[in-house]
Structure formats: C-alpha cells, structure tokens
Design a protein around this ligand. Structure first.
Ligand code: PHE
Length: 339
C-alpha cells in the first residue's frame, strides 16, 4: 500500500498539462469516482489496524496534494488565456462622471491663489479655541458684546473654551510664534450662535489676512485690497473704503466693490447703491502687536478679513446662503472644478 501511494505521488508530481482538458483528465484519474484515491480508500479496509492511522494520513496527504496542484494549474492556464487576449484599441473609451468641487472650496482656492501670488503664506489653527486667542489678545474689552453667550458657542459651559468666531485667532498664534516680517492668510471655518436664514448661518468660512513689517502703511493695505478686488471680480472693478470699527484695528474700514452686476449704476443686487460690501480691514492696533510680543515701536501692520460665502454669493449670484450647506447635488453639480 505504501509503495502504491509513493508511485502515485510520483506520477502526480511529474504531471505536466498541455491544456485545460489534460488537467481535467488528470483530475478524473485521481479524484474521480473510479480514480486512484477512491481505489486507495476502498483497499484501506484490508490495512492492518496498527497501520491504519499512518496510511490513512498518507492517502489524505496525496489527495490534498493532487487537489492543490489541480487548482494552481487551472489558475495558471486561465491566466495565460487572458494574456493572449488582444483588446481592440479602436473601441471608444468609457467616460466617467467626475465630481465637481464645492463652490466654497473653489472660491477659497481662488482667494488663496490670488494672495499667494503676492507673497502671502497660509496659516491654519484650531476651531476650538480659548478666550485669549479669539478675544483678549485681539483687544476686545471684557464687556464687549461679541463675547456674549448670544454670539459665541461655548463648550461645556466653560467660558474659556469656545468655537472660534473668526480666524483672527490664527493670526494671534502666528504673531506669537513668528518674528516680522509676517505676511499670511488664514482660511477656515468659523462659528457664531446665529439663527439660520438666507443671509446668516451658524457656520461659515473666512479668510483673514495679516501683514506686519517695518513701515507698513494704510496705502499698502489699500493697494493689496485693490489688487485682490481686480483679480477676483475683474480689472474694471473699483473699490471704496468706509470708516468702521473693530477692536483689533485702528483705523478700521469696510471695503465695498463696485457692483459687478450693474457696473455701479444701481440694481437690486446692490440695492441701488452701486456698491457691495465684501470685507473688513484696518491697521493692526498697537495693543494687539504688544499682546503677541511684537514691538509696536518697531513694526506696523494691516489686517483684513472676509467671508468666503459672501464672495461666492456675489460671484455665483446665489441668493440663499443655506444652499452652500445642504449639499443638494442639483446645486453642487452646477460648479465645474476650476481648481
Ligand atoms: N475678524 C473680523 C470679522 O470676523 C474681520 C476683520 C479682520 C476685520 C481683520 C478687520 C481686520 O468680522
């Protein structure tokens, strides 16, 4: 019996198929109903009891060896079959639908691109902040209404842990950790405790800019913003700065651009004023510089900040802010990926 098993193993090892059919013949001769393995098992009855265990093992080993060999031979044969397949290279390709970028991402990338061309780098920071970075270091007086529970989301009722209400908090981190010259923009999500409507949302996106160096003037600010407005909205765009107030800048201003719909003549988009407000800006308050360890005697700087949704609404003529957050594909697929 042992001898027979050995011979059969030898035959199985030497077997080399010519095609798939010869593998099938090999399989039948070994594993078929009347094959070698079946014959071995039927003769197994006459094996003396003390050898039954070891011979049984050997037969099973042979059976497994043959089964494995057949499987791997079949695999190699079917693979070489596919490699013989020559595709028709003239068949037109299958097209696939590429997704589109979210309009907020498109506009954000565009703004980043415009400012990086004049030397601004990008800085980011945490969305969960503390009072120092969002308010105190930015010269907000302790009783300032922006700290009120109405506007700010506090976490765990701890007045020192909150969701940032603007990305100026990132600029505090940049000023604390870097020496001037600093020229950076900070894009990111911000949070304000406001009722959701067509014109307001509790989450939106900002890009804020900061430039600190020796002898930075308001004229530099104006020049940078004019460059931005023309790049973003077209070379015929005009800008207008109106005095305003922010705790962290002095003097402060709000910037309008000439209405790109009516060209300044007056229409319902600009509410017949010819102007559209797009951002806040100003010269960094000397207190803000000192809070972050920068000498106001040596350096001056300007800052500006804008809402990306606002810019995107003007650019794409979207009248309801909520559309940016609902992710309705019928809205999103209208924006082809520019960036
Ligand atoms: N941080 C201000 C805001 O969130 C925008 C701003 C930034 C204004 C920088 C002036 C200077 O509204």
């Amino acid at each position: 019996m042992r001898e027979r098993i050995k011979q059969l193993k030898d035959i199985a090892e030497k077997f080399k198929p010519e095609n798939l059919a010869s593998i099938e013949d090999f399989r039948i001769s070994f594993l078929g109903k009347k094959g070698h393995i079946a014959a071995l098992f039927s003769d197994f009855k006459s094996v003396p009891p003390d050898q039954k265990k070891s011979i049984g093992l050997e037969i099973n080993e042979l059976k497994n060896y043959v089964a494995d060999k057949i499987n791997s031979l079949k695999d190699t044969f079917s693979q070489s079959k596919t490699s013989e397949f020559i595709p028709d290279l003239t068949v037109p390709g299958k097209s696939f639908v590429a997704g589109s970028r979210h309009p907020i991402s498109i506009v954000r990338n565009q703004i980043i691109d415009i400012f990086s061309r004049i030397g601004y780098n990008i800085s980011t920071g945490p969305e969960i902040e503390d009072d120092w970075h969002v308010f105190s270091a930015l010269n907000f007086p302790p009783e300032h209404p922006a700290r009120d529970m109405q506007d700010t989301f506090f976490i765990e009722r701890d007045p020192d842990v909150l969701l940032r209400t603007h990305t100026s908090s990132v600029q505090v981190r940049v000023m604390t950790n870097n020496e001037p010259p600093i020229r950076t923009i900070s894009p990111g999500r911000v949070f304000r405790n406001e009722a959701i409507s067509a014109r307001a949302h509790c989450i939106f996106h900002q890009i804020e800019g900061l430039y600190i160096n020796t002898d930075v003037s308001f004229a530099d600010l104006k020049q940078n913003l004019m460059y931005f407005a023309k790049e973003m909205f077209g070379s015929e765009t005009r800008i207008r700065l109106r005095p305003s107030f922010f705790p962290f800048t002095e003097p402060s201003a709000e910037m309008d651009i000439s209405c790109k719909i009516c060209g300044g003549k007056g229409c319902n988009v600009c509410k017949y004023t010819g102007w559209l407000e797009i951002l806040g800006c100003g010269m960094v308050d000397p207190n803000v510089l000192s809070y972050s360890g920068i000498s106001p005697e040596k350096y001056t700087g300007f800052a500006f900040g804008m809402g990306i949704e606002r810019i995107a609404m003007l650019k794409y003529q979207v009248k309801d802010l909520r559309l940016y957050f609902e992710n309705d594909v019928r809205f999103l697929e209208q924006f082809s990926a520019a960036f």
